[in-house]
Design a protein around this ligand. Structure first.
Ligand SMILES: [Zn+2]
Length: 336
């Protein structure tokens, strides 16, 4: 991956004067960028990110800090800036915010500035913490939960960056938000929405990914699916856009079982997107459902379905692309 980026930037130096800074986004071949999200790269990332080296990424513990640094290094390698400026990619959360139950922790943030509506922000999020190591020394690698969403975000960020390198900056800004403390009660996203880097009024949409690498028992015979939760709850436009993007580019079966208000699992309220939704920010939660390895030491990288995860990550990329690049800001027609 790094080799390829260097190759491109060597060319951009040579041809910099000829490249138009921001070309009309409609000229971009979005599929070319979607296809930079590959099964092999997702796998390479996840075999590292969900390895024992990261000790289950428990909030405030050394393994989580290692994971945070891994993400920071990847953004620096991709030459994607931090919204905090310089080489500070960490939104620090003091231990006091956790009632001193956990050590200080950090959300990891990266940012691509929009070319036309830079103040309007599209948030792409996933939690990078997990539940650590148990008393018997079993490491909970959390490959699906939520290593899958985390490494997908890296690939989505790379796709946006490659488009920008070709002169196709997104019209709206994209914030890549890797939240901590999810497993302790959505704490990193709670902190972000109480201390937003960009005003929540200007936050257009949140696309959150928590577990997109596996197949649940219900879909074992027909695994080309993803559960979508929340897409129609605040913005009909977001729901319609998401459906049409999938129809055009990814053709996954979109399963809305868990979007039902009466579903007893109440997943809409159980991951980080909800902290945005409660501020009337339209969200989509992407989710593969639960499985036998959910929150067990056996949630490991070898059990991930990488081709399927690639299609799901591409769906999120294409959806973010459409939200970021359409003429109008998404309309919220069902504000609570
Ligand atoms: Zn999770």
């Amino acid at each position: 991956m790094i080799k390829k980026i260097l190759f491109i930037s060597a060319f951009s130096v040579v041809f910099a004067c000829k490249v138009q800074k921001n070309k009309p986004i409609s000229d971009a071949d979005v599929v070319q960028y979607g296809e930079t999200i590959t099964s092999q790269e997702l796998k390479d990332h996840l075999y590292t990110f969900a390895s024992d080296e990261f000790q289950g990424r428990d909030t405030g513990e050394p393994g989580q800090k290692k994971a945070a640094n891994y993400l920071k290094n990847e953004y620096q390698n991709l030459d994607i800036a931090s919204p905090l400026g310089g080489d500070d990619y960490f939104q620090d959360i003091p231990s006091s915010f956790f009632d001193d139950k956990y050590n200080a922790s950090e959300n990891v943030v990266a940012y691509i500035k929009g070319s036309e509506f830079p103040d309007e922000i599209v948030v792409i999020s996933a939690h990078y913490d997990h539940v650590g190591v148990d008393a018997q020394g079993n490491i909970y690698n959390g490959a699906d939960d939520d290593g899958s969403g985390t490494v997908s975000m890296l690939e989505i960020a790379e796709a946006f960056k490659e488009a920008q390198n070709d002169g196709f900056s997104p019209r709206r800004s994209i914030l890549f938000l890797h939240v901590t403390g999810e497993e302790k009660g959505l704490l990193g996203s709670d902190y972000y929405t109480k201390n937003p880097i960009f005003p929540l009024e200007n936050t257009v949409t949140g696309l959150n990914t928590d577990m997109i690498g596996r197949i649940d028992p219900k879909h074992k015979d027909d695994p080309n699916y993803i559960y979508l939760i929340g897409s129609d709850k605040l913005s009909t436009e977001l729901h319609n856009l998401s459906e049409s993007v999938n129809e055009e580019y990814t053709q996954l079966d979109l399963d809305y079982t868990y979007n039902d208000e009466n579903d007893p699992n109440r997943f809409y309220y159980r991951s980080d997107h909800y902290n945005f939704a409660k501020h009337n920010i339209p969200v989509i939660f992407y989710f593969n459902g639960t499985h036998a390895d959910y929150h067990k030491p056996t949630d490991t990288a070898d059990k991930i379905e990488y081709d399927l995860m690639t299609r799901r990550a591409r769906l999120i990329f294409y959806t973010a692309w459409e939200v970021a690049n359409r003429d109008n800001r998404l309309t919220v027609d069902k504000a609570k």
